[in-house]
Design a protein. Structure first.
Length: 377
């Protein structure tokens, strides 16, 4: 039992060390012409002054295509100020697919003939200045067909927010291999040729999750999906306990409603770790507990080095709040991770962006506004 526990904990530690050791040091960029960035926003979007400032500071040039449902005053005002750089597409309200997907499909139909590279970002990220150039580098060099970064949550103060951040950090610092990569729609890029070959408008039609739809289509087409390890993109996390737990469940519910096999494999891995922690605490004695905590502290120190290497100082400081869970109660992170995974499989309903969606095999089978579904049925 002790040797198996040492193996499991050592394997988890080596995974994080592997991520850190293989971070690219030079972080080369490319700055080609013909780059368009798609950004879906809600109609009450405030204009994202910090996001827009960060996009203007990018080391690579691009055109920003903002997709809204109806009239978004902030987006229209930005387009008026930034004539030529920003364009707004009004998609209307969806009836049989995710509202974000509906807006992105409208944006794809508004692409110009000279748009050669297509980028997707989320409105709630704090992107580094290298984001665009780093996403483009593997595409321009012919090393990948779809390129992605990954989310790094920055929790506000509070133990529950930090716990959800710790669960997400387990995923963010896993070794990433091209054969097992699923793109994240918050920072994703592909060439126009690949977008046309996949027929993204058709691929996303009727879907709720844009990145799951694109990623699964890429897998089926045997495309090269490549993660950029140094792009752990800061994304603030705020809200009460129910909201942040709902965020975690929603992420896994996207997976289980699109690919039950992927969810089952991920849940099995976490369940083994959770059960092993239970055995170590109840029957393992001091030696097994010491091994568990030693590996957890090693992971926390390595993750701190990763955060300090990739994020801005203020971002790294906020992300480090999640590391305390690995220091104080690493078993709680694993158990919370498993709880979120199991809860995700308990329903096919996903609450997102003011809407309730019911999803089957990735397709929206029913949807209604949350204010029209007061009973939650």
């Amino acid at each position: 039992m002790l040797w198996l526990w040492i193996f499991l904990q050592g394997l988890s530690l080596l995974g994080v060390v592997n991520y850190w050791r293989h971070l690219p040091r030079d972080r080369k960029i490319e700055t080609p012409d013909g780059v368009v960035m798609l950004l879906s926003v809600r109609d009450d979007w405030d204009g994202g002054p910090d996001l827009i400032a960060r996009l203007k500071a990018q080391t690579a040039h691009f055109r920003l295509l903002i997709a809204t449902s109806g009239q978004c005053a902030a987006a229209d005002a930005l387009a008026a100020r930034e004539n030529g750089w920003v364009e707004v597409v009004h998609a209307g309200v969806a009836s049989d697919e995710g509202q974000k997907v509906h807006k992105l499909r409208a944006a794809l139909r508004a692409l110009r003939p000279d748009d050669r590279y297509v980028l997707f970002i989320d409105a709630d990220i704090e992107p580094p200045a290298r984001l665009v150039g780093r996403l483009l580098f593997p595409l321009v060099r012919g090393k990948a067909d779809i390129v992605t970064g990954y989310r790094m949550l920055l929790p506000e103060r509070g133990p529950m927010l930090a716990l959800v951040g710790a669960v997400e950090m387990q995923l963010a610092t896993l070794p990433r291999f091209a054969s097992a990569t699923m793109p994240w729609g918050g920072a994703m890029a592909l060439t126009r040729d690949v977008a046309d070959r996949l027929d993204l408008d058709r691929v996303m039609a009727g879907r709720l999750s844009d990145d799951m739809a694109i990623g699964l289509a890429g897998w089926r087409a045997k495309l090269r999906l490549r993660p950029v390890r140094d792009l752990l993109v800061a994304s603030p996390l705020a809200g009460d306990a129910a909201q942040v737990l709902g965020f975690g469940v929603r992420q896994y519910r996207h997976i289980v409603t699109n690919s039950p096999g992927m969810w089952a494999l991920a849940t099995l891995v976490v369940a083994v770790q959770a059960a092993a922690w239970g055995g170590a605490l109840v029957w393992g004695g001091g030696a097994m507990i010491a091994v568990g905590y030693g590996a957890a502290w090693g992971r926390a120190l390595t993750r701190r080095a990763i955060l300090d290497s990739l994020l801005e100082p203020d971002q790294a400081s906020r992300a480090r709040r999640s590391l305390w869970w690995d220091v104080v109660a690493p078993f709680a992170v694993t158990w919370a991770h498993l709880i979120v995974q199991i809860a995700a499989a308990s329903s096919s309903r996903i609450r997102w962006g003011g809407w309730d969606y019911w999803v089957r095999r990735g397709m929206v089978v029913r949807m209604c506004r949350m204010d029209q579904n007061p009973a939650g049925n």
